[in-house]
Design a protein around this ligand. Structure first.
Ligand SMILES: C[S@@+](CC[C@H](N)C(=O)[O-])C[C@H]1O[C@@H](n2cnc3c(N)ncnc32)[C@H](O)[C@@H]1O
Length: 276
């Protein structure tokens, strides 16, 4: 059976099991198993060999039982780059691309901005910013050693020059840069314990350190960002759709020009604020 026909049947199977985007999932898993691209998949007339058929069948079953697609393919596209993902480190989401868009737009410095990405995970935000603003000097931090290892591996593989440091929020940054940052950007953990219980299995596959949080993380981040940003420097954060307004209020206490911006689905998901 041609791979295209196997994909068609797998799509029906995924749909019956309630998997989101069944067609795209079936295709991406086949592309991964065959080590080809979409054109290669649909032009191949030769059937799957035993190893490919076994790999594909196993991947389809794992997806049906809640394993995230990205853990099966090991990849996630993010703006102009593609990062490696691994179990144990948060999978970057498309809505975070909107945060990067706002963050890049808010940098007012025309030459060599200094940027910190707090809670970098795979390094997606830091790497995308450096990719799109090559003149920026970009630092990334994370409390998770696994995340730091993966962000460094992604930076090496993509040949994008960022500095990745392990530790709490902004504390690992070099002391001499205090007061010089143009942008602090972060997608911190923002799922409340009550929300966590109701999350689907593929979201719960992300580490709890990357998910569980709430307004107090933003309060701490805002206090620390004030110490690291220069006058007029920007703090840009992603927020849970339930408390975009609350975080906006937190920022209004000590920042100016506070804006709450929507994500692709029109929900309040990004807060941007300027240090006075
Ligand atoms: C929601 S994930 C975001 C990851 C990545 N920035 C992205 O958008 O794909 C939050 C990240 O913050 C890290 N983290 C949680 N608490 C932290 C803290 N206190 N200091 C630094 N990093 C933290 C987690 O390990 C995780 O990688």
């Amino acid at each position: 059976m041609r791979p295209a026909e196997v994909v068609r049947r797998a799509t029906d199977y995924l749909e019956r099991h309630g998997v989101e985007s069944p067609r795209a999932t079936a295709e991406q898993l086949m592309i991964h198993v065959l080590g080809t691209d979409r054109a290669g998949l649909f032009s191949r007339t030769q059937g799957l060999d035993a190893r490919e058929a076994r790999m594909y069948g196993r991947a389809i079953c794992q997806r049906c039982t809640g394993t995230p697609l990205q853990h099966l393919t090991g990849r996630q596209a993010f703006r102009r780059i593609e990062v490696e993902v691994r179990p144990g480190v948060f999978v970057p989401r498309p809505e975070t691309e909107v945060l990067v868009e706002h963050a890049l737009g808010a940098i007012q410095v025309s030459d060599g901005p200094l940027v910190a990405d707090v809670g970098t995970g795979t390094g997606a935000i830091a790497l995308a910013i450096k990719d799109e603003r090559p003149d920026a000097r970009v630092f990334a931090t994370d409390r998770s050693a696994e995340a730091v290892d993966l962000a460094l591996a992604n930076a090496r593989r993509l040949r994008i020059d960022i500095t990745v440091l392990e530790g709490d929020l902004l504390s690992p940054l070099p002391d001499e840069l205090r007061g010089w940052f143009d942008l602090v950007v972060s997608n911190p953990p923002y799922v409340t314990p009550e929300e966590y219980e109701g999350l689907p299995p593929e979201v719960k596959a992300d580490p709890t350190l990357a998910l569980l949080g709430g307004p107090e993380v933003y309060e701490r981040l805002a206090v620390e960002a004030l110490r690291w940003l220069r006058d007029g420097g920007v703090l840009a954060v992603e927020v849970g759709s339930a408390f975009g307004g609350t975080i906006g209020e937190v920022m209004r206490g000590s920042f100016m020009d506070v804006r709450v911006a929507p994500d692709l689905a029109g929900r309040d998901r990004v807060v941007i604020a300027r240090r006075p």
